[in-house]
Ligand binder design. Structure first.
Ligand code: ZN
Length: 464
C-alpha cells in the first residue's frame, strides 16, 4: 500500500483506534488496514504507525436505509398549526407544491447537503428512495434518468455510499386511482419505469464500485398487483416498498385487495432478505411475526414517523421474533443518527409505560439498537458492511469517548451513552467504503456544499 495510491483514490489507508467494536467484540489498540475500500487486515494490540489516522473509538458506520433527499429543503415549514387537524395528508399537500418547483440543479444541491449532514451524523451510506423523475407537468427529461444522475452527482461529490432505488409510482391511490396534478412528476407505467431503470443502471458506472441499484415499488396504493409482479421480474438488487404507514392506507388496501397491506404482500409476493419494508407501522401481532420470519428488513424512520404522527412500530413482538431492522431519515426533517435510535426506543417506552424495552432478555439497549441497525441497514442497502471485519467494506465511524457526554462510561456502556446521552457531535471521523470524508467532525466538502445549497434554496424560495 503506498501513500501515493491513498492520495489518488482516498480509499487506501490505515486507521489506528484506541478502542474498536469488532465483529467479535471490543478490542483495543486496533490497526485497520484498508485497500480498495475493503478492510484487508485487522491487528489488535498494535502500535500506531506514523502514517495511520489515529482515532479514539471506532464503530461500524450505519447505512441510512431510507431517504427522500429533496424533502430536507422543506424541513421546518410544516410545523405551524392551521385550522382543523393537521395530518400526514396535509403535510403531503405542501410537499407536492414545493416539489412542483424543484429544478435538477436544486435537487442535486439539496441532495449533496443532505449527504454531508448524514456523513457528519455517522452514516456511511444511504438508500435514496427516488421518486421525482420528470419535469413539472409530467413530461420526461431527454434522459429519463436525468434526476437519478443528479443524485449520483451528489453522492459522488460527497463520497457517501449510494444505494439508488428508482421508484415505480403509477397511481394516485388504492384501486388504480389516476395521478393527481401534484403526482405527475412521479408517474411511470411499467414500460416507462423499466426504460428509466435501464438508464439509471447504465449511469451507475460513473460511481465508485460500492454503489448499488435496486428497485422500489412506491407502495401498494401507488401500484397494482399486476404491475408489482411485472417489475419484480427485473429486480436484481434490494427491493424497497413503503407499507402500512398510515391507518387510512391500511383501510384503503384492505377494502381494495381484501387484506391488510403487510398480510397481502406476504401472501402474494416472495418477500425475503432482499426486501426492505419501510415503516410497517400498523401491523397485527400475526403480521409482525410473519414479517420477521421472512428475513426482510423493517425500515424504521422514527423521527419522521413521530413528526408525521404515524404511530409507533410494534418493536417488542418484532424483536422477540428475531426480526431484522434498520433506520432511515426519510423526510430528513432532522438528520441525526442518535436521535433515530433514541426515538425508536422512546416510542416503545411511552406506549408501554416501561424502560429498556427493545432488548430481548437482558442487555444493553444502545448496543442492541446500534449493532442491529448496522447489520439491518447493510442488508437493506445490499452493502457488504454492518460490522468491522476483514473483507467487509470500510464503512467506519469514529467517536470521541473523552467527550463530556461519554467520559464517565465504561466501554460496555459506551453505545448506551452514544445513543441516549450524547448527540452526533461526538462523531469525529467517517469513512464510506474507505473514503475518509469527515475529519474533526466536519465533512471535507462542507463549505462548498453549503454555499451551493444556500444559492439553490434562494432560487427555489424566490420561485414559490
Ligand atoms: Zn419514505
Amino acid at each position: 500500500m503506498s501513500i501515493h495510491k491513498e492520495v489518488i483514490d482516498g480509499i487506501y489507508g490505515m486507521i489506528h483506534a484506541r478502542h474498536a467494536l469488532l465483529s467479535c467484540g471490543w478490542a483495543q489498540d486496533v490497526l485497520v488496514a484498508i485497500d480498495g475500500g475493503i478492510i484487508t487486515k485487522i491487528t489488535c494490540n498494535a502500535p500506531c504507525p506514523q502514517v495511520a489516522t489515529r482515532v479514539d473509538t471506532l464503530l461500524p458506520a450505519l447505512g441510512n436505509l431510507h431517504s427522500h433527499a429533496f424533502q430536507r429543503a422543506m424541513a421546518g415549514m410544516t410545523e405551524h398549526r392551521k385550522q382543523g387537524r393537521d395530518s400526514f395528508w396535509t403535510w403531503r399537500d405542501l410537499m407536492y407544491r414545493f416539489m412542483d418547483r424543484l429544478t435538477p440543479d436544486q435537487i442535486e444541491a439539496i441532495a449533496a447537503m443532505v449527504y454531508v449532514e448524514m456523513q457528519e451524523a455517522g452514516y456511511a451510506s444511504v438508500g435514496e428512495f427516488h421518486y421525482v423523475h420528470h419535469q413539472t407537468g409530467g413530461r420526461a427529461y431527454d434522459d429519463p434518468a436525468e434526476l437519478s444522475l443528479r443524485i449520483y452527482a451528489a453522492a459522488s461529490r460527497t463520497g457517501i455510499g449510494l444505494t439508488h432505488l428508482p421508484v415505480l409510482y403509477s397511481y394516485g391511490g388504492a384501486g388504480r386511482m389516476p395521478l393527481s396534478p401534484g403526482q405527475l412528476r412521479f408517474g411511470n407505467d411499467v414500460d416507462g419505469f423499466l426504460t428509466l431503470l435501464d438508464a439509471a443502471r447504465a449511469g451507475l458506472g460513473a460511481l465508485s464500485a460500492d454503489a448499488r441499484i435496486g428497485i422500489a415499488p412506491h407502495s401498494l396504493r401507488a401500484t397494482s398487483p399486476q404491475d408489482l409482479n411485472a417489475v419484480l421480474d427485473h429486480a436484481d438488487g434490494p427491493i424497497h416498498i413503503h407499507i402500512a404507514e398510515q391507518p387510512m392506507e391500511v383501510e384503503d388496501i384492505a377494502a381494495w385487495l381484501g387484506q391488510r397491506p403487510v398480510d397481502w404482500l406476504l401472501h402474494h409476493v416472495n418477500v425475503d432478505r432482499r426486501w426492505c419494508l419501510i415503516h410497517a407501522t400498523h401491523m397485527t401481532e400475526s403480521e409482525t411475526r410473519a414479517m420477521a420470519a421472512t428475513g426482510a428488513v423493517a425500515g424504521l424512520c422514527p423521527v419522521t414517523e413521530a413528526n408525521l404522527g404515524d404511530g409507533p412500530f410494534n418493536g417488542v413482538t418484532y424483536l422477540a421474533a428475531n426480526g431484522a431492522f434498520g433506520v432511515g431519515s426519510d423526510s430528513n426533517v432532522n438528520i441525526s443518527l442518535t436521535e433515530e435510535l433514541r426515538m425508536l426506543e422512546y416510542s416503545q417506552r411511552l406506549r408501554d409505560l416501561a424502560r429498556n424495552v427493545l432488548v430481548v432478555g437482558e442487555g444493553s439497549v444502545g448496543h442492541r439498537l446500534y449493532t442491529g441497525a448496522a447489520r439491518g441497514g447493510a442488508q437493506a442497502l445490499g452493502r457488504n458492511a454492518g460490522e468491522i471485519a476483514e473483507h467487509r467494506l470500510a464503512d467506519l465511524v469514529a467517536i470521541d469517548s473523552t467527550d463530556p457526554a461519554l467520559c464517565a462510561l465504561s466501554r460496555d456502556q459506551l453505545l448506551d451513552g452514544f445513543v441516549f446521552a450524547a448527540n452526533d457531535r461526538v462523531v469525529t471521523d467517517l469513512w464510506s467504503a474507505g473514503r475518509h470524508r469527515v475529519k474533526d467532525g466536519r465533512h471535507v466538502e462542507r463549505r462548498a456544499v453549503v454555499a451551493a445549497y444556500r444559492a439553490a434554496i434562494g432560487d427555489l424560495m424566490a420561485s414559490l
